[in-house]
Design a protein around this ligand. Structure first.
Ligand code: ADP
Ligand code: MG
Length: 342
């Protein structure tokens, strides 16, 4: 009898693994408009409307470190992570469900802090916490967030809609959350054996805030609606710009050119990157956890700049051309995505 072949997960990477596992996931219900493959699933709700659903899991030791992550902030961030995927479809979030796996090492008060952050984010975003689940965990804190949103079907932006010559737009700045994480990790290393640790964050508070308490860009989706702009494609930056551009290219069957000198990088990001001997561009391209929005609009829609919080960082090319970034001195470098998140 032949033995079943053993494939290491690392051989496939995160996206290869998802593709392999969901290869046979067909959609038979007529109300399922979009299944696996975008930031959220899309389900018809009435003639013109749709409901959007997404889920995200945060694991202690993988996605966060409780030695420096205040639980109130973690609750806030969990909501941002969940809501961001709904916003990335150009839809507005309405409800969330939170499931937690709790280890006995956490007192009730710590979990109350977590929920204080969750409640605060919900109020800020106009989202209702409508349910969840609570279990015990042997491996540290587990948080799962399911988010439900709503949109007019015609207003939904999929990853697959980018067209030749479209402008590639980006909100906010990149790499700051990654540098915030590097700073926290550095202070953790330095203060490992110190009795009363006093971490040095002087001058870099913005970076900490970007990593510990990132804001979901609901303002952008509202501003787009006000200007009656429906992006041809959209995705949120959870894994880093390079990975997200490649996702749009794959789904839309197109190429892209990103101009490196147009990628917005905050002053504190460059300053800490220099201090820590990290390339700020690498932080921006591969850092992740920014929860900014990347979207495309037709070339004629330069007025997207009027939104005031958006930069045009490149444009869509033909699939055969591939996805490249252009350095300030005019060299083309092929875009590559990193593997697993953080
Ligand atoms: P995001 O970073 O936007 O949260 P992911 O990269 O986690 O998206 O997932 C990409 C797509 O694959 C999404 O449509 C998601 O619903 C789907 N997906 C991820 N993991 C699984 C899984 N284990 N089973 C089914 N679908 C999955
Ligand atoms: Mg996403």
């Amino acid at each position: 009898m032949s033995q079943r072949k053993r494939t290491e997960i690392a051989e496939l990477g995160e996206f290869g693994l998802i593709d392999t596992l969901t290869r046979n996931a067909t959609t038979a219900n007529k109300r399922t408009i979009r299944g696996v493959g975008d930031d959220a699933a899309v389900v018809a709700a009435g003639r013109d409307d749709a409901m959007l659903i997404s889920t995200d899991t945060l694991l202690e030791g993988i996605d966060f470190d409780l030695t420096y992550f205040p639980l109130k902030h973690l609750g806030y961030k969990a909501v941002t992570v969940g809501v961001s995927d709904i916003l990335a479809m150009n839809a507005l979030p309405e409800q969330i469900m939170i499931s937690i796996g709790v280890s006995a090492k956490l007192p009730v008060e710590a979990l109350q802090d977590l929920y204080e952050g969750i409640d605060f984010a919900c109020r800020e975003l106009g989202v209702d916490l409508v349910g969840g689940d609570t279990t015990a965990s042997m491996t540290g804190l587990v948080i799962n967030i399911t988010t439900i949103g709503r949109a007019k079907r015609k207003a939904i932006s999929y990853r697959s809609g980018a067209q030749f010559n479209d402008l590639i737009c980006l909100t906010g700045n990149l790499g700051s959350a990654y540098m915030g994480l590097q700073l926290l990790e550095r202070e953790k290393r330095v203060l490992k054996d110190v009795e009363n640790p006093e971490p040095q964050f002087g001058g870099y508070e913005y970076l900490l805030q970007r990593y510990l308490k990132p804001r979901a860009r609901k303002d952008i989706v509202e501003a787009l609606a006000e200007e009656k702009i429906v992006p041809t494609s959209m995705i949120d930056i959870s894994d880093g710009l390079a990975s997200e551009v490649l996702q749009i290219c794959k789904a839309s069957k197109c190429g892209a050119r990103i101009y490196l000198d147009r990628i917005p990088i905050a002053k504190q990001t460059s300053a800490l990157a220099e201090e820590m001997h990290v390339d700020p561009v690498v932080a921006a391209l591969n850092g992740g956890s920014d929860y900014e929005l990347l979207f495309t609009v037709p070339l004629a829609m330069q007025e997207v700049m009027r939104l005031g919080m958006v930069d045009i960082i490149g444009h869509i090319t033909r699939e055969t051309t591939g996805a490249y970034m252009v350095t300030p001195d005019g060299n083309d470098i092929r875009l590559r995505a990193q593997g697993f998140k953080e």
